[in-house]
Write a protein that binds this ligand. Sequence first.
Ligand code: GLN
Length: 314
Amino acid sequence: MRRSGEGLTFQDLRERGTSVLRDSGIPEAPRDAFLLLQNAAGLDAAGLLARLDQPPSDNAVALFRGFVARRAEREPAAMILGRTEFWGIPIRVAPDVLIPRPETEGIVEEALHLSARDGVVIRTIADIGTGSGCLAVALAAEFPDARIFAADISGSALDLARTNVEAAGVSARVRVIEGDLFEPMGSLSLEGGIDLVVSNPPYVRRGEIDSLAPEVSRWEPRAALDGGPDGLSVIRRLIEGARRFLRPGGFLVFEIGHDQGQGVLGLLERSGFVDGAVAPDLAGLPRVAAARRPEGNARLASPGARKGQECSVC
Ligand code: GLN
Protein backbone atom coordinates (compact mmCIF):
# COMPACT_ATOMS: atom_id res chain seq x y z
CA MET A 1 0.00 0.00 0.00
CA ARG A 2 1.18 3.50 -0.80
CA ARG A 3 2.15 5.54 2.20
CA SER A 4 0.02 8.66 2.32
CA GLY A 5 2.88 11.08 1.73
CA GLU A 6 5.09 8.99 -0.54
CA GLY A 7 6.90 10.94 -3.26
CA LEU A 8 5.20 14.20 -2.27
CA THR A 9 7.01 17.42 -1.57
CA PHE A 10 5.79 20.32 0.53
CA GLN A 11 5.33 22.24 -2.71
CA ASP A 12 3.03 19.51 -4.12
CA LEU A 13 0.96 19.61 -0.95
CA ARG A 14 0.81 23.36 -1.03
CA GLU A 15 -0.44 23.34 -4.63
CA ARG A 16 -3.05 20.64 -3.96
CA GLY A 17 -4.29 22.45 -0.88
CA THR A 18 -4.50 25.74 -2.75
CA SER A 19 -6.54 24.20 -5.51
CA VAL A 20 -8.98 22.51 -3.08
CA LEU A 21 -9.49 25.82 -1.27
CA ARG A 22 -9.84 27.75 -4.51
CA ASP A 23 -12.51 25.28 -5.69
CA SER A 24 -14.39 25.99 -2.45
CA GLY A 25 -14.50 29.69 -3.36
CA ILE A 26 -11.97 30.89 -0.81
CA PRO A 27 -10.39 34.12 -2.09
CA GLU A 28 -7.28 33.79 0.10
CA ALA A 29 -6.68 30.17 -1.01
CA PRO A 30 -2.88 30.46 -1.58
CA ARG A 31 -2.32 32.30 1.69
CA ASP A 32 -4.46 29.95 3.76
CA ALA A 33 -2.98 26.80 2.19
CA PHE A 34 0.49 28.07 3.07
CA LEU A 35 -0.52 29.01 6.61
CA LEU A 36 -2.20 25.65 7.24
CA LEU A 37 0.77 23.75 5.78
CA GLN A 38 3.15 25.71 7.95
CA ASN A 39 1.17 24.75 11.03
CA ALA A 40 0.73 21.12 9.97
CA ALA A 41 4.50 20.87 9.57
CA GLY A 42 5.31 22.87 12.70
CA LEU A 43 7.44 25.29 10.69
CA ASP A 44 7.58 29.06 10.45
CA ALA A 45 7.18 30.71 7.04
CA ALA A 46 10.92 30.87 6.35
CA GLY A 47 11.37 27.25 7.44
CA LEU A 48 8.64 26.06 5.09
CA LEU A 49 9.94 28.12 2.17
CA ALA A 50 13.38 26.58 2.67
CA ARG A 51 11.93 23.03 2.56
CA LEU A 52 9.44 23.24 -0.31
CA ASP A 53 11.30 20.62 -2.35
CA GLN A 54 11.52 18.18 0.57
CA PRO A 55 9.09 15.43 1.61
CA PRO A 56 6.77 16.16 4.52
CA SER A 57 6.27 13.60 7.30
CA ASP A 58 3.19 11.38 7.13
CA ASN A 59 1.92 13.15 10.20
CA ALA A 60 2.21 16.58 8.53
CA VAL A 61 0.41 15.27 5.44
CA ALA A 62 -2.47 13.88 7.51
CA LEU A 63 -2.75 17.03 9.58
CA PHE A 64 -2.69 19.24 6.50
CA ARG A 65 -5.39 17.21 4.78
CA GLY A 66 -7.59 17.54 7.85
CA PHE A 67 -6.99 21.29 8.02
CA VAL A 68 -7.74 21.77 4.31
CA ALA A 69 -10.96 19.73 4.57
CA ARG A 70 -12.12 21.97 7.42
CA ARG A 71 -11.15 25.17 5.63
CA ALA A 72 -12.98 23.95 2.51
CA GLU A 73 -16.12 23.91 4.70
CA ARG A 74 -15.37 27.62 5.22
CA GLU A 75 -14.25 27.27 8.82
CA PRO A 76 -11.94 30.26 9.40
CA ALA A 77 -8.21 29.47 9.48
CA ALA A 78 -7.84 31.10 12.90
CA MET A 79 -10.54 28.81 14.30
CA ILE A 80 -8.89 25.71 12.81
CA LEU A 81 -5.55 26.70 14.33
CA GLY A 82 -7.12 28.00 17.55
CA ARG A 83 -5.12 31.18 17.45
CA THR A 84 -4.36 34.39 15.63
CA GLU A 85 -2.58 37.68 16.30
CA PHE A 86 -3.99 41.01 17.38
CA TRP A 87 -1.82 44.12 17.67
CA GLY A 88 1.16 41.78 17.25
CA ILE A 89 0.13 39.74 20.31
CA PRO A 90 -0.75 36.01 20.03
CA ILE A 91 -4.43 35.45 20.87
CA ARG A 92 -6.16 32.10 21.32
CA VAL A 93 -9.56 31.82 19.70
CA ALA A 94 -12.45 29.37 19.96
CA PRO A 95 -15.93 29.09 18.46
CA ASP A 96 -17.36 31.09 21.41
CA VAL A 97 -15.68 34.36 20.39
CA LEU A 98 -15.39 36.63 17.40
CA ILE A 99 -12.01 36.17 15.73
CA PRO A 100 -9.95 39.33 16.26
CA ARG A 101 -9.80 41.35 13.06
CA PRO A 102 -7.27 43.89 11.82
CA GLU A 103 -9.94 46.63 11.64
CA THR A 104 -10.54 46.31 15.38
CA GLU A 105 -6.93 47.41 15.92
CA GLY A 106 -8.25 50.83 14.87
CA ILE A 107 -9.78 51.09 18.37
CA VAL A 108 -6.34 50.81 19.94
CA GLU A 109 -4.94 53.35 17.49
CA GLU A 110 -7.75 55.78 18.19
CA ALA A 111 -7.38 55.43 21.96
CA LEU A 112 -3.66 56.14 21.70
CA HIS A 113 -4.30 59.08 19.39
CA LEU A 114 -6.95 60.68 21.61
CA SER A 115 -5.04 60.31 24.86
CA ALA A 116 -1.87 61.72 23.27
CA ARG A 117 -3.72 64.56 21.52
CA ASP A 118 -5.47 65.70 24.68
CA GLY A 119 -2.66 64.79 27.08
CA VAL A 120 -5.06 62.62 29.06
CA VAL A 121 -3.70 60.04 31.48
CA ILE A 122 -5.65 56.82 31.11
CA ARG A 123 -5.90 55.01 34.44
CA THR A 124 -9.11 53.02 34.19
CA ILE A 125 -10.37 51.30 31.05
CA ALA A 126 -13.53 49.25 30.46
CA ASP A 127 -13.69 46.81 27.55
CA ILE A 128 -17.36 46.00 27.01
CA GLY A 129 -17.99 42.63 25.36
CA THR A 130 -14.36 41.59 25.49
CA GLY A 131 -14.76 38.21 23.72
CA SER A 132 -11.26 36.79 23.28
CA GLY A 133 -9.90 39.67 25.37
CA CYS A 134 -7.86 40.97 22.43
CA LEU A 135 -8.63 44.65 23.06
CA ALA A 136 -8.00 44.36 26.79
CA VAL A 137 -4.63 42.70 26.21
CA ALA A 138 -3.53 45.22 23.55
CA LEU A 139 -4.61 48.18 25.70
CA ALA A 140 -2.84 46.72 28.73
CA ALA A 141 0.33 46.66 26.63
CA GLU A 142 -0.14 50.23 25.41
CA PHE A 143 -1.29 51.82 28.68
CA PRO A 144 1.08 50.25 31.22
CA ASP A 145 -0.32 52.26 34.15
CA ALA A 146 -3.96 51.46 33.49
CA ARG A 147 -6.29 49.02 35.22
CA ILE A 148 -8.61 47.31 32.78
CA PHE A 149 -12.04 45.82 33.41
CA ALA A 150 -12.97 43.40 30.63
CA ALA A 151 -16.61 42.29 30.68
CA ASP A 152 -18.59 39.79 28.67
CA ILE A 153 -21.96 38.13 29.06
CA SER A 154 -20.57 34.79 27.86
CA GLY A 155 -18.86 32.65 30.48
CA SER A 156 -17.03 30.59 27.87
CA ALA A 157 -15.71 33.74 26.18
CA LEU A 158 -14.42 34.89 29.55
CA ASP A 159 -12.52 31.64 30.11
CA LEU A 160 -10.73 32.29 26.87
CA ALA A 161 -10.19 35.98 27.68
CA ARG A 162 -8.58 34.92 30.99
CA THR A 163 -6.27 32.54 29.15
CA ASN A 164 -5.22 35.32 26.77
CA VAL A 165 -4.74 37.84 29.56
CA GLU A 166 -2.55 35.39 31.48
CA ALA A 167 -0.53 34.41 28.40
CA ALA A 168 0.16 38.09 27.72
CA GLY A 169 1.41 38.52 31.30
CA VAL A 170 -1.06 41.30 32.15
CA SER A 171 -3.39 39.53 34.60
CA ALA A 172 -2.30 41.77 37.48
CA ARG A 173 -3.94 44.74 35.75
CA VAL A 174 -6.75 43.18 33.74
CA ARG A 175 -9.84 41.99 35.57
CA VAL A 176 -12.11 39.75 33.54
CA ILE A 177 -15.72 39.91 34.73
CA GLU A 178 -19.02 38.36 33.70
CA GLY A 179 -22.13 40.37 32.95
CA ASP A 180 -24.23 42.21 30.40
CA LEU A 181 -22.50 45.36 29.10
CA PHE A 182 -21.83 47.67 32.09
CA GLU A 183 -23.66 45.55 34.66
CA PRO A 184 -20.47 44.24 36.32
CA MET A 185 -18.99 47.77 36.40
CA GLY A 186 -22.00 48.86 38.46
CA SER A 187 -21.30 46.29 41.15
CA LEU A 188 -17.68 47.51 41.29
CA SER A 189 -18.84 51.12 41.89
CA LEU A 190 -17.09 52.37 38.78
CA GLU A 191 -19.88 54.78 37.83
CA GLY A 192 -18.40 58.10 36.66
CA GLY A 193 -14.85 56.79 37.15
CA ILE A 194 -13.74 55.26 33.85
CA ASP A 195 -11.30 57.19 31.63
CA LEU A 196 -11.76 55.12 28.50
CA VAL A 197 -14.54 52.79 27.37
CA VAL A 198 -13.81 50.58 24.37
CA SER A 199 -15.98 48.02 22.65
CA ASN A 200 -16.40 45.92 19.56
CA PRO A 201 -20.13 45.40 20.02
CA PRO A 202 -22.38 43.26 17.83
CA TYR A 203 -23.54 45.64 15.10
CA VAL A 204 -24.69 43.59 12.12
CA ARG A 205 -28.37 43.98 11.17
CA ARG A 206 -30.04 40.71 12.12
CA GLY A 207 -31.49 40.23 8.65
CA GLU A 208 -28.05 40.62 7.04
CA ILE A 209 -26.10 38.06 9.06
CA ASP A 210 -26.86 35.23 6.65
CA SER A 211 -25.54 37.21 3.70
CA LEU A 212 -22.11 37.75 5.29
CA ALA A 213 -19.15 35.59 4.22
CA PRO A 214 -19.77 31.94 5.21
CA GLU A 215 -16.75 32.10 7.55
CA VAL A 216 -18.70 34.66 9.58
CA SER A 217 -22.33 33.58 9.18
CA ARG A 218 -21.73 29.84 9.61
CA TRP A 219 -18.90 29.77 12.09
CA GLU A 220 -18.76 32.84 14.27
CA PRO A 221 -21.00 33.30 17.33
CA ARG A 222 -24.29 35.06 16.50
CA ALA A 223 -24.25 36.81 19.85
CA ALA A 224 -21.07 38.64 18.81
CA LEU A 225 -22.61 39.81 15.51
CA ASP A 226 -26.32 40.38 16.04
CA GLY A 227 -27.03 44.08 16.52
CA GLY A 228 -30.82 43.66 16.38
CA PRO A 229 -33.17 44.68 13.55
CA ASP A 230 -31.30 47.90 12.66
CA GLY A 231 -27.83 46.82 13.87
CA LEU A 232 -27.78 49.53 16.53
CA SER A 233 -29.54 47.86 19.50
CA VAL A 234 -26.37 47.12 21.45
CA ILE A 235 -24.65 50.33 20.34
CA ARG A 236 -27.54 52.37 21.83
CA ARG A 237 -27.14 50.60 25.17
CA LEU A 238 -23.36 50.95 24.98
CA ILE A 239 -23.65 54.72 24.51
CA GLU A 240 -26.13 55.06 27.37
CA GLY A 241 -23.94 52.99 29.68
CA ALA A 242 -20.79 54.87 28.69
CA ARG A 243 -22.49 58.16 29.54
CA ARG A 244 -23.02 56.90 33.08
CA PHE A 245 -19.71 55.17 33.62
CA LEU A 246 -17.22 57.52 31.96
CA ARG A 247 -15.76 60.26 34.06
CA PRO A 248 -16.38 63.76 32.67
CA GLY A 249 -13.81 64.22 29.89
CA GLY A 250 -13.45 60.44 29.35
CA PHE A 251 -13.51 58.78 25.93
CA LEU A 252 -15.77 56.24 24.30
CA VAL A 253 -14.17 54.41 21.34
CA PHE A 254 -15.97 51.58 19.55
CA GLU A 255 -16.30 49.68 16.32
CA ILE A 256 -19.23 50.25 13.94
CA GLY A 257 -20.49 48.92 10.61
CA HIS A 258 -19.27 50.70 7.47
CA ASP A 259 -22.68 52.33 6.88
CA GLN A 260 -23.44 53.31 10.49
CA GLY A 261 -21.24 56.41 10.80
CA GLN A 262 -23.92 59.08 10.46
CA GLY A 263 -26.46 57.22 12.57
CA VAL A 264 -23.97 56.61 15.35
CA LEU A 265 -22.74 60.22 15.36
CA GLY A 266 -26.37 61.29 15.76
CA LEU A 267 -26.87 58.90 18.69
CA LEU A 268 -23.70 60.15 20.36
CA GLU A 269 -24.72 63.77 19.98
CA ARG A 270 -28.24 63.15 21.27
CA SER A 271 -26.73 61.42 24.31
CA GLY A 272 -24.69 64.52 25.11
CA PHE A 273 -21.30 63.33 23.86
CA VAL A 274 -18.99 65.85 22.20
CA ASP A 275 -16.15 65.67 19.64
CA GLY A 276 -17.85 62.76 17.87
CA ALA A 277 -15.79 61.44 14.96
CA VAL A 278 -15.49 58.32 12.84
CA ALA A 279 -12.13 56.94 11.67
CA PRO A 280 -11.78 54.71 8.59
CA ASP A 281 -10.31 51.20 8.48
CA LEU A 282 -7.53 50.11 6.11
CA ALA A 283 -10.11 49.70 3.34
CA GLY A 284 -11.12 53.35 3.83
CA LEU A 285 -14.53 52.42 5.29
CA PRO A 286 -15.93 54.14 8.39
CA ARG A 287 -15.08 51.72 11.22
CA VAL A 288 -14.20 53.30 14.57
CA ALA A 289 -16.44 55.83 16.31
CA ALA A 290 -15.06 58.00 19.09
CA ALA A 291 -16.54 60.68 21.31
CA ARG A 292 -15.96 62.35 24.62
CA ARG A 293 -18.10 62.86 27.66
CA PRO A 294 -17.96 66.60 28.28
CA GLU A 295 -16.45 68.04 31.43
CA GLY A 296 -18.84 69.21 34.14
CA ASN A 297 -22.63 69.48 33.82
CA ALA A 298 -22.63 70.03 30.08
CA ARG A 299 -22.93 66.26 29.79
CA LEU A 300 -26.56 66.45 30.81
CA ALA A 301 -27.54 68.90 28.09
CA SER A 302 -29.38 67.48 25.13
CA PRO A 303 -28.99 69.42 21.85
CA GLY A 304 -32.14 71.49 22.44
CA ALA A 305 -31.89 71.80 26.24
CA ARG A 306 -31.39 75.21 27.81
CA LYS A 307 -28.77 75.77 30.49
CA GLY A 308 -29.84 74.46 33.85
CA GLN A 309 -32.63 72.35 32.40
CA GLU A 310 -32.75 68.58 32.83
CA CYS A 311 -32.19 66.65 29.68
CA SER A 312 -35.46 65.03 28.60
CA VAL A 313 -33.86 61.73 27.66
CA CYS A 314 -31.45 61.39 30.61
N1 GLN B 1 -16.81 42.91 11.45
C1 GLN B 1 -17.74 41.84 11.63
C2 GLN B 1 -18.22 41.41 10.26
O1 GLN B 1 -19.15 41.94 9.73
C3 GLN B 1 -18.85 42.21 12.57
C4 GLN B 1 -18.34 42.32 13.93
C5 GLN B 1 -19.30 42.87 14.91
O2 GLN B 1 -20.52 42.82 14.79
N2 GLN B 1 -18.73 43.41 15.92
O3 GLN B 1 -17.61 40.55 9.70
